[in-house]
Design a protein around this ligand. Structure first.
Ligand SMILES: [Zn+2]
Length: 292
C-alpha cells in the first residue's frame, strides 16, 4: 500500500513577494466620484494605525515585505516611513496622490513619479527602486510609462494585472515578470492562476476577501509548485479595518467591493503569512546586488 506524499503548500521552494499599498480608505480609485480630492484633509485618517498593525503582524511572522507608499501619506507620516524601514522592509512608490496613469500625460506622470521618488528617498534614506501604479493603471496603451519609470531611476514596476476587468487589466500580458524598455525595467504582474480558459486574480485585494481562503491557498500553491514562480500578493491597510468611516451615497457595486469581508481579512492574512514563505520585491526580483 502506498501513501500520497503530503507536503505543505509552497513552503519548500519559493519565496513569494508580500506587498502593501499604503493609502487610506478615502483615497481609493473606486471612491473618486464620491470623495473629492480637495476634501481628503477633512476625512479622519486611519492609515497610520492600520499600517502599524500590519507591521506588528509581519514582525510576528518574521516576514519582510514591500510597502508601496503614496507621497501624500509619507509627507504626513514620515515617522511611519522610518518605522517601516527599521522593520527591515522595502519602501517603494505608489505615486503622490493616487492618480491613475491612464489619466495623465507622460509629462504629468514624470513629474509625479520624480516628486514621489525623491521625497520617499529623502525620508527613508533608502534607494526607491519600485513603483506601483494607482489601480494597476498601466494598460495596453500606457507602455510609455515604463520608459518614464526607467528614466526616473526605477528598476521595477508592479503595475499590471493580466486579466479582463472593467477597471483595469491587460488580458494578454504575461503572467510572470518580464523585461521592458530593453531590459532596463522589470514589470512584475500581480499573480493570477489560469482557470477554465481565463486568468483569475489570486494576488490579493478584493479577490482575497471574496473567495474562501482555501482558494487563495490552492492558487498560490499551484503558482509555486506547478509554475515554479514567486507569487505577488497585495493588500491595503484599510482592508483590515472594518471600523473605517463610510462615505454616504456609494453605488451598490462599489460598496460590495470595498466592504466585503473586511472583518475576515486580518485572520486570513495571518494564515497566508504562516502557510507560505514571504519576502521583499527587490530581494526576490533584483537579486543579490540590493540584498543586505
Ligand atoms: Zn492604490
Amino acid at each position: 500500500m502506498t501513501h500520497a506524499r503530503v507536503t505543505e503548500p509552497g513552503i519548500a521552494s519559493v519565496t513569494n513577494a508580500m506587498t502593501v499599498d499604503v493609502e487610506d480608505y478615502f483615497q481609493v480609485s473606486a471612491f473618486e466620484s464620491y470623495v473629492d480630492k480637495a476634501q481628503w484633509q477633512t476625512w479622519p485618517r486611519r492609515v497610520e494605525g492600520n499600517t502599524l498593525r500590519i507591521l506588528e503582524l509581519f514582525a510576528t511572522h518574521e516576514v519582510r515585505a514591500t510597502f508601496f507608499m503614496l507621497g501624500w501619506v509619507a509627507e504626513r507620516y514620515p515617522d511611519l516611513v522610518k518605522k517601516i524601514v527599521s522593520g527591515g522592509h522595502e519602501i517603494a512608490s505608489h505615486g503622490w496622490e493616487h492618480v491613475r496613469v491612464n489619466t495623465q500625460s507622460p509629462a504629468e506622470f514624470r513629474k509625479d513619479i520624480d516628486r514621489t521618488r525623491k521625497f520617499l528617498q529623502d525620508v527613508s534614506g533608502e534607494p526607491i527602486l519600485g513603483y506601483r501604479a494607482a489601480s494597476y493603471s498601466i494598460g495596453a496603451s500606457e507602455g510609455w510609462a515604463w520608459e518614464q519609470l526607467a528614466e526616473a531611476g526605477h528598476r521595477y514596476s508592479s503595475s499590471i494585472v493580466p486579466i479582463k476587468h472593467d477597471l483595469y487589466g491587460i488580458p494578454g500580458a504575461p503572467r510572470f515578470a518580464f523585461d521592458t524598455v530593453g531590459g532596463r525595467l522589470l514589470e512584475i504582474p500581480i499573480t493570477t492562476v489560469p482557470l477554465a480558459g481565463r486568468n483569475i486574480n489570486c494576488g490579493g485585494g478584493g479577490w482575497f476577501r471574496l473567495f474562501p481562503y482555501s482558494f487563495s491557498r490552492w492558487a498560490l500553491s499551484r503558482v509555486n509548485d506547478v509554475d515554479r514562480q514567486a507569487g505577488i500578493f497585495y493588500f491595503h491597510p484599510w482592508e483590515i479595518d472594518p471600523e473605517q468611516p463610510r462615505p454616504q451615497g456609494l453605488g451598490l457595486r462599489t460598496r460590495f467591493r470595498h466592504y466585503l469581508n473586511l472583518d475576515r481579512t486580518y485572520s486570513r492574512l495571518n494564515r497566508l503569512l504562516k502557510d507560505f514563505r514571504w519576502g521583499r520585491m527587490d530581494e526576490i526580483f533584483l537579486g543579490s546586488e540590493v540584498r543586505r
